[in-house]
Design a protein around this ligand. Structure first.
Ligand SMILES: O=C(O)c1ccc[n+]([C@@H]2O[C@H](COP(=O)([O-])O)[C@@H](O)[C@H]2O)c1
Ligand SMILES: Cc1cc2nc[nH]c2cc1C
Length: 341
């Protein structure tokens, strides 16, 4: 299997972003033509029809295929957790890694149901992202290491990738990145995460705002925003989304925290996340706002707010439904069904 060359700096990553492969428009067109032949009124499968053509465009093949689907869950640790910004204690991150390995988490069940392989990837275990109210969350070298973990996690022979994360306090990092990226106050992006009450959310927003004020001068560049107020699993997700693009693998995004790295990538190049679709809109209020900002319409809105790629995994069932219809249905001609008058 060919490996992608690791990046050695932010500049290196920026030059990769300047060489992104484009969708296969011939495969997408073949998909649209076949869609029109299937035994249904034109357009009657709604957004499922767009999904098959999106898959065809990025897989570069018609018919699209879902033989090998991979779910990557990146795990990160956050010193910012000591500021009481999460409803749960920081040790839950280690405990959930064990739970993933034992098969006891929601994503273990959902991955099996979706016919997907699951890989849980700890990013910098024992080296949490620093308390970003005091110093940058990561050095450039540390951030580049995390980006490379994501870049190297995506095999070339997969048909679809779903991306998620786990890490106590990472909605604080995600909200800080979104606020830094769009130059908006912390309150616009801060929510309850795992379940803070109103005063907890207000405190979390103050912690984030303090960090944004402190680092204001450094927050002019999207990768510096990620480095100053982000976390290692967020950087790794950006690397994985970019690797998928370079390998022409379509991506389903999960919740607020996993959508933030996609927004950072989009800030580097507006066309860089066209291979991504949002699996769901989470209950974290910043997610809807972020999806509007990056121009994504989520497939599902179920009030989920779990992370760990769970919403993306449920959305995989819709992608499977779309492909089952597209690849299995008879045509008007083969079934002898009359066309529209
Ligand atoms: O991504 C989301 O939409 C989302 C919303 C709420 C919670 N989470 C998950 O909960 C953790 C972060 O929440 P918190 O309150 O510790 O910042 C982390 O493990 C995420 O996977 C994720
Ligand atoms: C139990 C638990 C499971 C999680 N999975 C993703 N984030 C999580 C946060 C908590 C607290």
């Amino acid at each position: 299997m060919s490996t992608l060359t690791p990046v050695s700096s932010f500049d290196d990553l920026r030059s990769l972003v300047r060489q992104l492969p484009q969708p296969d428009t011939a495969a997408a067109e073949a998909c649209r033509r076949h869609e029109a032949e299937l035994t249904k009124p034109a357009g009657a499968l709604g957004r499922l029809e767009e999904l098959t053509c999106w898959l065809s465009a990025w897989q570069g093949r018609h018919p699209p295929r879902l033989d090998r689907v991979l779910i990557l869950v990146f795990v990160g640790w956050h010193e910012i957790a000591k500021h009481k910004v999460s409803a749960y204690p920081a040790e839950v991150t280690d405990q959930m890694v064990l739970n993933f390995q034992a098969g006891g988490a929601a994503i273990n069940q959902l991955a099996r149901l979706a016919g997907a392989e699951l890989q849980v990837i700890p990013v910098g275990q024992g080296r949490p992202a620093h308390d970003f109210t005091r110093r940058p969350a990561m050095s450039e070298a540390g951030c580049v290491r995390a980006l490379n973990i994501g870049l190297s996690a995506v095999p070339e022979d997969i048909d679809l990738l779903a991306i998620g994360e786990m890490g106590i306090a990472n909605t604080t990092a995600a909200a800080a990145i979104a606020a830094g990226l769009y130059g908006e106050p912390a309150t616009a992006w801060t929510g309850p995460g795992t379940g803070l009450d109103t005063s907890g959310v207000a405190h979390k927003a103050e912690v984030i705002q303090g960090a944004l004020d402190r680092h204001r001068a450094a927050l002019k560049d999207p990768l510096e925003v990620l480095r100053y107020v982000g976390g290692r699993e967020l950087a790794a997700m950006l690397g994985a989304i970019l690797a998928a693009r370079l390998r022409r693998v379509p991506v389903i995004l999960d919740g607020f925290t996993s959508t933030v790295p996609a927004a950072v990538l989009q800030a580097l190049d507006p066309a860089s996340i066209e291979h991504c679709r949002s699996g769901h809109c989470s209950a974290e209020p910043g997610h809807r706002r972020l999806l509007d900002r990056i121009g994504q319409r989520p497939l599902l809105e179920l009030g989920m707010r779990l992370g760990e790629a769970s919403g993306a995994a449920v959305a995989l069932q819709l992608v499977r439904a779309a492909v089952a219809c597209h690849n299995g249905m008879a045509t008007f001609e083969s079934a002898g069904v009359s066309r529209k008058r």
